[in-house]
Design a protein. Structure first.
Length: 778
């Protein structure tokens, strides 16, 4: 958005907020102000936290290459010629880390040419800014260029909340949500509850922004933020840089939070100025009172937030979370003992810093400060050290300022400005496939298999400075805050706390890789989507509901324990097929633990009895027999990524309903969008009733209504039946999605002759490129 557009948004705020204060009969928190300012139709909007559905006007949409493909393929089904909202596409997830920045980038450009050409041509045609490979990771690029205080954006990536570091309400969603907003529809979300985090004291010494969020993850758990906005406030806020605030908001995704946000302050203004947005900083200063909570909220927060958490930054210790879950945490001082107790490999094999979460100038400087101390003491890094800069701007700046040289002196390898090892795009050669080993990183996620595809890798997350210090010890037994390392002369060496400027003294370096603007003559641009591509496949609409109850469906899978989107639709090598629904569906549930057999990724075909089969194979066999199936799952099902493939593949291969103890927000919406029924047990103990050979019916579907439970009947092999109650959170409109077969179908006029959206022809594809198989997707 231009400064002029931001000005008009701000100028409308006083009036809108005054009306909201009157309607609600009370002062407003910051999140409420932004929601109100972006309300689609204030007169007719119902406000009720945890209950109402908000319809919002979005300022901006962000897409990254691994999700943009599906988002754009869905957008194309809308028949619109141009995006209705400013949108950007970023090439960051598909670059594999192997040997270092230059080679990895060149290889990625070659390997992913087809996908990049598709994204580039679609961006040129539909009006998106296209950020080519090497330009940076979506969230860092958005923070540097687009985020602004008081704005509202959605992004097809769960770490979109990173923008909260600049006071923007930035929310991670599935690609279908993005496609709809790009097509000009309002964006809908459950009115979130509000958690206020009161920060007192001051961040200093070893304690970093990362510790605020890793501590909070430990405290609230991965479910603690579901359908909640985390709003930070209090005197401690100003002791955290804008990019540090970004880190905290980014990793709020690990709480399952809808998003996280900080109030506008001088640190944000400095960052805006440093990134050449002085006019935005000035405007935000002028409208400051609307970009911070009302004073009454600060005076008595418990009255206005649903929950208040107190964090005293003066006493907060550096934290480390992991392995296998971002909420398994403790202060670093307790890590060694816990690791020994659990028998985790103490030896660290790799240390990694950077990623979208932690690659600010300040992060890099603090890490370099630690590295420099070690160099002076004559220490050598004991393990390979990897740096993933968040953007080309950061890369160029740390290169110019000698920071990279410091990392290189300790044997570090600078990787491409991309996700790389954070998303399993990491070709390791140092350990065997199933070898238990420990890694430490400053990333945000650590589910099994996340970084290198191996569930035997134990991944620990902490601040970049702690990661760097640990690289010199090579063991989890070292506590850099309290402990010492032997220097070459045998004397004990102790690190001093990291120190760093938050912004480059000489300003950021000019960057080479800028973005590409949409074509001046978009109608002449042809979408590059080669026929018979194994990477890209046009989508056909899913078949509509047949109007009948679901009767006696087999259970494809009952999952045990954590079932994240990384378990449902793993990334790593599978990122290759993110634009090809049929191909990627072969990864379905490869990481899920089968509650019946204990196997991972496979089980028994419930119809033929064939054992040890990958779930995708079984699902295809059931589909070939015309059978739909269900999934039974545990708590927080679908936690993690926004990838809608975790809903599309099941839908494509015949899933009718997913019945679980509870859902993560984005995934639940993704299931609804694709026409799958997401159901939760009224009594969580009912999870235990389901057995391998059972058949499951969901009845009363013709009377499906918001807030009204449904009945699930379980038929046992001996003919006995049991009935249980399940809940759903479908609104009237979402029920229409289910009936139509998907949200996209519901918003479309379907052509009765072809069974696909009438509008598809409007999109100028190259003749012969279209390979839609209507109705195939059931
Ligand atoms: C992630 O961090 O898990 C990802 C990879 O960025 C995902 C998006 C994806 O799967 O493409 C996310 O967080 O939404
Ligand atoms: Fe990329 Fe990792 Fe950030 Fe996701 S969390 S956007 S994979 S760097």
């Amino acid at each position: 958005m231009s400064a002029e557009q931001i000005r008009s948004l701000y100028a409308a705020m006083p009036g809108r907020l005054a009306r909201a204060r009157q309607t609600f009969g009370r002062p407003l928190t910051l999140a409420e102000k932004i929601l109100v300012a972006h309300c689609w139709d204030f007169e007719n909007q119902v406000w009720e936290r945890g209950k109402a559905i908000l319809r919002l006007r979005v300022d901006r949409v962000g897409l990254q290459d691994a999700t943009a493909q599906m988002a754009l393929l869905q957008f194309m089904m809308s028949g619109r010629k141009r995006v209705a909202v400013p949108t950007t596409a970023h090439c960051d997830h598909l670059i594999r880390a192997e040997s270092g920045s230059a080679e990895d980038l060149a290889r990625a450009i070659k390997e992913n040419e087809e996908v990049y050409n598709f994204l580039r041509s679609a961006s040129r045609k539909f009006g998106l800014d296209f950020w080519p490979p090497g330009s940076g990771i979506i969230h860092q690029v958005v923070l540097e260029n687009y985020a602004f205080p008081g704005g509202l954006m959605i992004g097809a990536d769960s770490h979109t909340p990173n923008g909260g570091g600049l006071g923007m309400l930035a929310i991670g969603v599935g690609g279908a949500d993005c496609a709809e907003v790009m097509a000009g529809l309002p964006w809908e979300v459950l009115h979130p509850k509000l958690v206020g985090v009161h920060l007192t004291g001051k961040l200093s010494g070893w304690t970093a922004p990362k510790d605020v969020i890793t501590y909070l993850c430990t405290l609230l758990t991965v479910k603690g933020g579901t359908n909640r906005i985390i709003e930070y406030f209090g005197p401690g806020v100003e002791s955290i840089s804008a990019t540090g605030k970004g880190t905290i908001c980014n990793m709020g995704a690990e709480l399952g939070a809808t998003t996280s946000i900080f109030p506008f302050d001088s640190r944000m203004a400095s960052y805006l100025r440093a990134t050449e947005r002085a006019e935005v900083a000035r405007l935000a200063e002028e409208f400051r009172e609307h970009l911070t909570p009302d004073p009454e909220v600060l005076a008595d927060p418990a009255r206005f937030y649903d929950q208040v958490v107190e964090i005293d930054l003066d006493v907060l210790e550096p934290h480390v979370v992991g392995p296998h879950s971002p909420d398994r945490g403790r202060p670093i001082s307790r890590l060694a003992a816990e690791a020994r107790e659990n028998g985790w490999p103490l030896r660290i094999t790799n240390a990694l810093i950077g990623s979208c979460t932690n690659s600010s100038y300040e992060d890099m400087r603090r890490a370099a400060h630690i590295a420099m101390q070690a160099i002076k003491a004559g220490l050598r890094a004991k393990v390979p050290f990897w740096i993933s800069p968040g953007s080309d701007r950061i890369y160029q700046t740390i290169k110019r300022d000698g920071i990279m040289e410091i990392f290189e002196r300790i044997g570090g390898t600078v990787l491409a400005n991309a996700c790389g090892p954070c998303i399993g795009q990491w070709k390791r050669r140092d350990v065997g496939a199933e070898e238990a080993n420990t890694i430490v990183s400053s990333f945000n996620r650590n589910f099994p298999g996340r970084n290198d595809g191996s569930a035997a890798t134990l991944s620990f997350l902490t601040s970049p400075e702690i990661v760097t210090a640990l690289a010199f010890a090579g063991t989890l037994e070292f506590d850099p805050v309290h402990g010492t390392l032997p220097a070459p002369d045998g004397s004990p060496f102790r690190f001093t706390a990291p120190e760093a400027e938050e912004l480059p003294r000489e300003g950021f370096a000019r960057t080479a890789a800028a973005f590409e603007r949409p074509a001046a003559d978009p109608d002449s641009v042809e979408i590059e989507l080669p026929a018979n591509s194994e990477r890209l496949q046009l989508l056909g609409p899913f078949v509509a509901w047949d109007g009948k109850d679901m009767i006696d469906l087999p259970i494809l899978l009952k999952t045990r324990g954590k079932t994240t989107t990384d378990h449902i639709s793993p990334a790593g090598p599978w990122l290759r097929y993110r634009g090809h629904l049929d191909r990627i569906s072969d990864n379905m549930f490869l990481g899920a633990v089968n509650a019946f057999t204990g196997e991972t990724g496979k089980g028994v075909n419930p119809v033929t009895g064939a054992a040890g089969q990958p779930f995708a194979k079984t699902a295809r066999e059931l589909k070939a027999r015309g059978l739909q199936w269900v999934v039974i799952g545990d708590e927080n099902y679908g936690e993690g990524s926004s990838r809608e493939h975790a809903a599309m593949s099941p839908r494509y291969l015949g899933c009718a309903a997913v019945i679980v103890r509870s859902f993560a927000r984005i995934h639940e919406t993704n299931l609804k969008k694709q026409g799958i029924l997401p159901l939760t047990f009224a009594d969580p103990r009912d999870y235990d009733r389901f057995e391998q050979a059972d058949r499951v019916s969901v009845v009363g579907l013709h009377a499906l209504e918001p807030g009204k439970p449904l009945t699930v009947r379980i038929r046992k092999p001996d003919g006995r039946t049991e009935e249980i109650q399940v809940n759903h959170s479908l609104t009237r409109e979402q029920i229409a999605w289910f009936r139509a077969g998907s949200a996209l179908n519901a918003g479309q006029a379907m052509d009765p002759a072809t069974g696909r959206p009438a509008a598809l022809e409007d999109v100028a594809l190259r003749p012969g490129d279209v390979d839609v198989r209507p109705g195939e997707s059931r």
